[in-house]
Design a protein around this ligand. Structure first.
Ligand code: CP
Ligand code: NVA
Length: 299
């Protein structure tokens, strides 16, 4: 594994190895292998971030490396310098890159032209680091993802939903995408997904029935702000609230990648009830991403 560009490009064995290492790294942060000693890594972000930025900055340092944060707006990329030129320059000076941006193709091109380990820290297409941390959380809370049923409710065509769809296809667990027709995964995307582990429904109650982990994300992803009013109106019936939870198993956990918009995709009540799990997800970003970096560096 040279890069982490998507869950789509991982196989079950690679995912399992990252999760196993993440769990070891979590047990003793002070014992982190110093695999980045003498290395300089860069975070290149053209979208906002709290969790991803902090967890990667801390993670690189805990692995012995040094890290610089480059906001897309502050470097020449923001004034139109092509990504392939940015990649070739940085590839001559730094040892690894962590990129949050819009187009998946930009991360792919950076990896290709820089020649250094490149990590997708969220694009419009995927959020692989998030789903690895979420799988780690499911393993901790439910014993294993094996045999579990996960439901993603809300914007079923967003980056987080798509990474969940690939995780389901690669690992073989059942995933229900619960979304109104307008926000269901695109047909051309689903045509590429192998197997029959993913089902799609436009009925919120049916979506949560018999589910072990009910997952939601913001209704207005970064870059979709112009569509906010319409999205919020259409997605209203998909809010995770006490009424909807009456249709779920009593043991079901609720997960959220954060940031959360209370009163929109989730109520204050459900979020606070489930806070121990939701903030474990946030913490596990650190451990899962350190495991990714160690895996990339060791090759
Ligand atoms: N979940 C997540 O990626 O959070 P940030 O946008 O704060 O990084
Ligand atoms: N789907 C959300 C995830 C935020 C972590 C977005 O892209 O804004």
């Amino acid at each position: 594994m040279k890069h982490l560009l998507s869950i789509e490009q991982l196989n079950a064995d690679e995912i399992e190895k990252i999760l196993a290492l993440a769990s070891v790294l979590k047990k003793d942060r002070k014992a982190s292998p110093q695999v980045l000693t003498g290395q300089q890594w860069a975070l290149i972000f053209t979208k906002s971030s709290t969790r991803t930025r902090v967890s990667f900055e801390v993670g690189v340092r805990e692995l012995g490396g040094q890290v610089m944060f480059l906001s897309g707006a502050d470097i020449q990329l923001g004034r139109g310098e092509p990504i392939k030129d940015t990649a070739r320059v940085m590839g001559r000076m730094i040892h690894g890159a962590i990129i949050r941006t819009f187009a998946q193709q930009d991360v792919v091109e950076f990896a290709q032209y820089s020649g250094i380990p490149t990590i997708n820290a969220l694009t419009d297409d995927e959020h692989p680091c998030q789903i690895l941390a979420d799988l780690q959380t499911i393993n901790e809370r439910l014993g294993s993802w094996k045999g579990k049923r996960v439901a993603f409710l809300g914007d079923g065509d967003c980056n987080v939903a798509r990474s969940w769809i690939w995780a389901s296809a690669r690992l073989g667990f059942e995933l229900v995408i619960g979304a109104p027709k307008e926000f269901q995964p695109a047909a051309d995307f689903m045509a590429k997904v192998p197997g029959d582990t993913v089902t799609i429904t436009d009925d919120p109650k049916a979506a949560v029935e018999g589910i072990d982990a009910i997952y939601t994300d913001v209704w207005v992803s970064m870059g979709k702000e112009d569509e906010a009013a319409g999205r919020i109106e259409t997605l209203k019936p998909w809010q995770i609230n006490a009424d909807l939870m009456k249709h779920a198993k009593s043991s079901a956990i609720v997960m959220h990648c954060l940031p959360a918009y209370r009163g929109k995709e989730i109520t204050e009540e459900v979020l606070e009830q489930q806070a121990p799990i939701i903030f474990d997800q946030a913490e596990n970003r650190l451990h899962a991403q350190k495991a990714v970096i160690v895996s990339l560096v060791r090759g």
